[in-house]
Design a protein around this ligand. Structure first.
Ligand code: SR1
Ligand code: MG
Length: 402
């Protein structure tokens, strides 16, 4: 394997010819384009322009720094290994729901995977008023299978501890610890605060001491509860959709953490979409908001059904107890509500936002919708221990419908 060097469209050609000599007869037949639009990495699309039978490939390479900020923010390249390992682990239980990986080179901090450019990012579909009815079923199943099988409920305890070790991901977790669990609650430089939003943050949001205490508890839980292998960044732009197919990708934040966190990322980002529907789909806001509520409801129920089924078969007889199953689900629901709130709040004015807000030109409209999201997120965090069912959680959401 080669020593690490940052690739460009030209050197990608040499690399592909070296590792896959059969992919292309002539160097000039190789077409390479850098298509990365994320915050961290380089992403190249590679194809053989003379042979349509050769599949287009995606080469993803980790830079030694955060792309969004530049060299001043160094970042471990080990995230590339973690991402490909996490995809391989998740594909054991749900091969159809993650991208196929063809080749991994940890020295070069890269891997090659299938091209999914004929898919759409789920967040954009919702912004365009498009529904993907199968999503809840797939995400619910994906989470149930992966959480069960990677946790002490469904895995040998020693083996699980080795897995925890394999997925120690301190630098990427630190991003989450800062950007999700600390910075949005204080007036820090990295936040992205418009003049229209600042008065609300200063006079109201940043004064919410009870909220800060609850978020501190959620942060501590995130840092200390190595429960299951998480995706770690499972928002609505880490999910591709096409017809009845769903692919969950971008697992570089994967680590062993609390199950409620991945759910929270998914639901929290759905709620940002929910809140901004009155801007994106003026003519069918209620229909889309009801749809998003249904997606959250159905995802939870699909998960609960499958997860309880798996738990009932747990080899450890303590974990298959009915009482344990009930307590587990109730605790998880509260955790989900908390992380849904923190995930929504961080995208409002923290570093790295979401298109649902970026693309609203009018500052006042944007700020008003952001305030709604902050209030909804806060309510979910503060009320989380009282929720007995997903419907209780969704009752809070319903109050924010237009
Ligand atoms: C500096 S990285 C900012 C964000 O981008 C990633 O996609 C994660 O969501 C992270 O929090
Ligand atoms: Mg990402």
């Amino acid at each position: 394997m080669a020593e690490y060097k940052i690739l460009d469209s030209n050197s990608v050609k040499d690399y592909i010819l070296k590792i896959m000599p059969d992919y292309c007869a002539e160097r000039d037949d190789l077409k390479v384009e850098e298509v990365g639009d994320g915050n961290l990495n380089l992403v190249f699309k590679v194809n053989n322009s003379k042979d349509a039978a050769k599949k287009t490939l995606i080469l993803k390479q980790a830079l030694p720094y955060v792309r969004l900020v530049g060299k001043d923010w160094p970042m471990t390249r080990d995230r590339s290994r973690i991402e490909s390992e996490a995809i391989k682990t998740q594909s054991k239980y749900c091969p159809d729901y993650v991208p196929e990986i063809f080749f991994t080179d940890n020295e070069m901090s890269l891997f090659l995977m299938e091209d999914l450019s004929d898919y759409n990012l789920y967040a954009y579909n919702l912004m365009q008023g498009e529904k993907n009815d199968y999503i809840a079923e797939i995400v619910g199943e994906f989470l149930a299978e992966n959480f069960f099988h990677s946790s002490d409920l469904g895995m040998d305890a020693k083996e699980k501890k080795n897995e925890v070790k394999k997925f120690i991901n301190p630098d990427l977790c630190k991003i989450t610890e800062d950007l999700i669990f600390t910075e949005p609650y204080f007036d820090v430089e990295r936040n992205n605060v418009s003049d229209a939003l600042r008065p609300f943050l200063e006079e109201d949001f940043w004064q919410r001491d009870e909220l800060k205490t609850e978020v501190a508890k959620l942060k501590y839980n995130f840092m200390n509860h190595a429960e299951a292998l998480l995706h770690g960044d499972m928002h609505t732009r880490s999910i591709f959709v096409k017809d009845d197919s769903v692919k969950i990708f971008d697992q570089e934040f994967a680590f062993y953490g609390p199950m409620g966190f991945d759910f929270g990322l998914f639901f929290g980002n759905l709620l940002l979409n929910f809140v901004t529907q009155e801007y994106w789909n003026k003519d069918k806001t209620v229909e889309m908001q009801d749809h998003i509520i249904e997606v959250i409801n159905d995802t939870w129920h699909k998960f609960e059904e499958r997860f309880l089924e798996l738990m009932a078969q747990a080899e450890d007889r303590m974990y298959s107890l009915e009482s344990m199953r009930n307590v587990f689900i109730k605790h998880l629901l509260a955790e989900i509500a908390g992380y849904t709130g923190t995930s929504a709040i961080r995208r409002v004015h923290g570093l790295a936002g979401v298109p649902e807000f970026w693309d609203i030109e009018d500052e006042k409209t944007r700020a008003d919708l952001k305030i709604k999201a902050l209030n909804l997120g806060s309510e979910l965090i503060l009320k989380r221990e009282k929720f007995e069912s997903i419907d209780d959680l969704l009752d809070v959401v319903r109050k924010y419908k237009i």
